[in-house]
Design a protein around this ligand. Structure first.
Ligand SMILES: Cc1ncc(COP(=O)(O)O)c(C=O)c1O
Length: 395
């Protein structure tokens, strides 16, 4: 039987495989510190949970319009007006999705044709290239390098643009690098988009998770034509709502009906009571978000302090999200391991789980990603275990 070659060739997210491996080792009685999966360790704020429960009690248990209930789309419009000063129209621009992941996939499928080119950050969140390849597009990796603080430099990007470039993906704050783009960098990409006419898909799921007083930089701050910006956003990270599965897209009214058609055939609509919880997230107190961000910053400081004690690795100080991307290639130069073999050894022999850099793209070879959405105690313990593994390997 010949299956769909597009599906056979599809690359799914590898983070869950590492988690499974770590759980198997734990079953054998080994204590494993989990620094691999990228999700907040905090609970969803209570008022959001209450809004979901209250919606269930009221009987909000039926289908809703495919792009989401008007009240949630209005709340999203208000939110975007507040942060960007842009007047989106909830009827023609805003579609609620099953997580930001579905927003990424729907946008790629709605826009791309065979032969179109998509420039995406590598290492980067795997859904960009998987969805673009599935749509038949050519994927062109932009290599994020430590020397550039894992950011996208407009002059380097300019060299990669061709007449076929249809989408350039930005993700700031960034998964897996914990990096952020500067205003000059974002502005430079917007200028290129306006000169060459490609779309910018801006994945802003980590938007408020920023450290050291940094301000978020979005193409929406600089674009003269916001129709060329596809905003992907979600509730998973900032409101600690990964399991609720809710996100959204803001797109031009030309693209909008096609996105809605795709969402219609895939999922009909997002879960109704979850949409009510999302309204409460947007319109309710934001203090729980700020509190989590302050906590992530303290943890980030602990990460930097502990990693600085390890000889033979390189890293940059994370400025956003909750990830550190660590160059451990010295180890592999010595013993020929890959980052995937190294993370498996770390789990089995040292009791700490990281994500191999190659789970986030080919240019992640030589790196491991650490998620610091964990207690400071676990962070210190996990990094010390990494330090022991590195010193054993380099001895
Ligand atoms: C950069 C980025 N975008 C999108 C997502 C998807 O988030 P969700 O589908 O949970 O909203 C993630 C999750 O890890 C992510 O890191």
């Amino acid at each position: 039987m010949k299956l769909s070659s597009r599906v056979v060739n599809l690359k799914a997210e590898a983070a869950f495989i590492v988690l499974e491996k770590a759980k198997m080792v734990e079953k054998k009685g080994v204590d494993v510190v989990h620094l691999e999966i990228g999700e907040p360790d905090f609970d969803t704020p209570q008022h959001i949970k209450e809004a979901g429960i209250e919606a269930l009690r009221r009987g909000e248990t039926h289908y809703t319009p495919t792009p989401g209930i008007p009240e949630l789309r209005e709340a999203i419009v208000e939110h975007l007006k507040e942060i960007y000063g842009i007047d989106y129209d909830w009827r023609n621009n805003i579609a609620v999705t099953i997580g930001a992941k579905q927003a990424i996939v729907a946008a790629m499928l709605a826009i791309l044709n065979e032969g179109d080119e998509v420039i995406y950050p590598n290492p980067g969140y795997p859904a960009y290239s998987s969805a673009a390849e599935y749509a038949g597009a050519k994927t062109v990796p932009y290599k994020l390098v430590l020397e550039d603080n894992f950011s996208i430099k407009p002059d380097k990007l300019a060299e990669m643009i061709t007449p076929k470039t249809k989408i350039v993906v930005l993700n700031s704050p960034n998964n897996p690098c914990g990096s952020t783009m500067s205003s000059e960098e974002v502005r430079g990409v917007v200028e290129l988009a306006e000169d060459h006419g490609f779309y910018i898909l801006s994945d802003e799921i980590y938007r408020p998770i920023l450290f050291d007083g940094l301000k978020h930089q979005s193409p929406l701050n600089y674009a003269s034509d916001i129709d060329k910006v596809i905003l992907v956003d979600g509730f998973s990270k900032r409101y600690a709502m990964t399991g609720w599965r809710i996100g959204y897209l803001a797109v031009s009214k030309e693209i909008y009906p096609y996105i809605v058609k795709l969402l219609n055939i895939m999922t009909s609509c997002p879960a109704s009571f979850v949409q009510h919880a999302a309204i409460s997230a947007l319109r309710g107190p934001q203090e729980p978000v700020y509190q989590m961000v302050r906590e992530y910053e303290k943890r980030r400081n602990a990460v930097v302090e502990e990693l600085s004690k390890i000889d033979g690795i390189r890293f940059t100080k994370p400025s956003g999200a909750f990830y550190a991307f660590i160059d451990v290639s010295r180890v592999f130069e010595k013993d020929g391991r890959t980052s995937e073999q190294f993370v498996l050894d770390l789990i089995e022999r040292y009791g700490v789980a990281f994500l191999h850099g190659t789970a986030m793209g080919s240019y992640g070879e030589g790196y491991i990603r650490m998620c610091f959405a964990n207690s400071i105690e676990n962070i210190r313990k996990g990094i010390r275990r990494l330090g022991k593994a590195i010193s054993d390997a380099l001895a």
